[in-house]
Design a binder for this molecule. Structure first.
Ligand SMILES: [Zn+2]
Length: 77
């Protein structure tokens, strides 16, 4: 008498029905593209484009205390 258990073959868990029955659309790809853009940038954007009243546009870290590099005017954000 053998107590050895025969290897059992477990039924594979059923895959959920595919939900992407329709073809890819731009609306589906857009969020993924946005995430990819953030990942490429090394994370969420932490710089913003500021347009100073002196006419200079510059990118700077998003902060409560950003000053224009030209005229040193504090920028609202
Ligand atoms: Zn300025």
């Amino acid at each position: 008498m053998s107590l050895r258990l025969a290897p059992r073959t477990f039924p594979r868990p059923r895959r959920p029905a595919r939900r992407d029955g329709h073809t890819r659309t731009a609306s589906l790809a857009a969020p993924l593209d946005e995430v990819a853009r953030h990942q490429r940038a090394g994370g969420p954007e932490d710089t913003a484009l500021y347009a100073c009243s002196c006419g200079l546009s510059f990118r700077a870290d998003v902060s409560a205390s950003v000053a224009c590099p030209r005229c040193a005017t504090a920028q609202a954000w």
